[in-house]
Structures are given as structure tokens and as C-alpha cells.
Design a protein around this ligand. Sequence first.
Ligand SMILES: NCc1[nH]cc(CCC(=O)O)c1CC(=O)O
Length: 308
Amino acid sequence: MQTTLKIGTRGSPLALAQAHETRARLMKAHGLPEQAFEVVPISTSGDRIQDRPLSEAGGKGLFTKEIEEALLDGRIDIAVHSSKDMPTVLPDGLELSTFLPREDARDAFIGKTAKRIADLPHGATVGSSSLRRQALIRRMRPDLDVVMFRGNVQTRLRKLDEGVAEGTILAYAGLKRLGLEHVITDLMPLDIFPPAPGQGAIGIESRIGDGPVEQMLAAIHDVPTGQALACERAFLAALDGSCRTPIAGHATISGEKLSFAGLIISPDGTESHEVRLDGQAVDAAKIGAEAARAVRAKAGAKFFEGWA
Ligand SMILES: NCc1[nH]cc(CCC(=O)O)c1CC(=O)O
């Protein structure tokens, strides 16, 4: 009897699209039929909480807790996540073992009254639920009214159509996976609007020591994405004491070389500090940690007072 591999995922359209991409890659890598897999949608408290910023409700673990419980008790065999939604510390016995080839990590602007943030009318309203995006928007245009925009991708686009805001920013990767590139009016340059650590990368969580699953997953793991994520997650882990500090980080891999750009920014966008570090891709985690130390020293202790 062919055992079925149970793929755990959140139930949003984007999460399901990512789970289906993972299944397709496993089918192709191992020459298996779709029937060899079962996609198991799991509702999380993060999906249910819509009335307040996640940072006030308990942070990223809200999107993973129920899924990781299912992984630990065997109801699922792997869990497919958006890497940027993953806490930097995982429950004992679990690991973020596999990454699919990274999508374009840039943010995308969807504008109703202007194609670019720079062209929005004075004082226009822009919606985002991301502390990082809110801070970066304010840095670009301090006059704009940045309002909280919670919900999945479709919900945010609907709010835009309802006139709740004149523009919003979403990850290019998510829009591409949902076949929604047509709503994009501008792509944000990485240097002035750096992405969240892990943005664009699908990460797969599994049980440490689960040999058969590890063998299955090894065939679809993308090494450069894994190296970039090791760097970005190390940077985030070294800084993210409270998850209320807007943090951006992006690593690019070229052969054996890694280039990292990181940024911390005050929620109001008035103060930001950047760090750039290059090195060997095999030293990815060390580079991320070193970048965090450097940017923390550059910003000084006072920078983190008041919101960290
Ligand atoms: N928590 C929202 C979330 N988590 C992952 C993505 C996009 C997909 C990705 O970054 O891989 C999104 C939507 C967005 O930020 O627009």
C-alpha cells in the first residue's frame, strides 16, 4: 500500500497555492501520482485574528502553532509555510529543512489613484498591515496616511476596490503565485524598499530525524535559497527580540558568494540604519548574525528604546 504523504498548510488561497506547488514538485521529482499526497488545510489563530496587528496579538507563531502541533503528533508529515511568516525559533523536534527556489522577493505597489507611491496625492491613504512596509512608506512619503490593512491577499485587494485606501503593498511573489500580477502598478526597488527576511521563499517544516520524509524533501530543496534564508533568518533572530521592530533583510547568492543587505527602521520611518556584508555562501548564518551586530552597534541602544 503506497503511504500517502500528508502536506499541512494554512487554508488561505496563497497557502494552498504554495502547498500545491510543493506537491507538484514532489510528484515530478519522484515520479509519483497526485494520489500519493494529501493536502491538509489547518486553520490557525493568526488567520482568525483580524481586528488588531499581529504584533499585539502574539506575533508570527499565530500562523504556525496549530500546524506544528499537527506535525508533532503525526497528523501531517510536512508543513508548507511562507518563510517570512515563520518564527526564528521552532518547537523542539522540528526543523525548517527545505526551501523551494525563491520567487522574486520584491514588494509590489497596487495603486488606485496613482501608479507609483511617489505620484500619490498629498496625504493619500495607503493600507498595510506590515510594520516594515508602514515604516518604509512613511520614510518615502511622510505625508501619507498609512492605515492598518489586515486579511489575506484577496481581502486586501477587495478593501482597495472598496476605496478603503488609494494603494497598498503586497509581495510580488504572492501575487504571482495567485495569478494576480495584473493588479500591480509598480515594483518596489530592493534598495529603497527592502523586503522582509524570507520574503518570496516557500519553506517546508518537518520532523527532525524523519528519514523517509527527509529523503523525499531533499529532491526539491534549492541550496542557494536555503543559504539566503539561513543568512536572513540569522539576521532576524539576532534582532527580533520583540517582533515590533520593523526589520528588512535580503541575501543574494552568486555561485559561492553571498551578498546581504539589512535594515532596521523606526516605525514612523524617520530613522533607519543599513548594513551590507558580503562573504562565502557557506558562512550564511554567520554573515547574518554579524550584520545584526553591526547594525545594532550603528543604531545604538537608544534606537530600540520605546518600541523594541
Ligand atoms: N503574511 C502575509 C504573507 N506571507 C507571505 C506572503 C507572500 C508570499 C511570500 O513572501 O513568499 C504574504 C502576503 C504579502 O506579504 O503580500
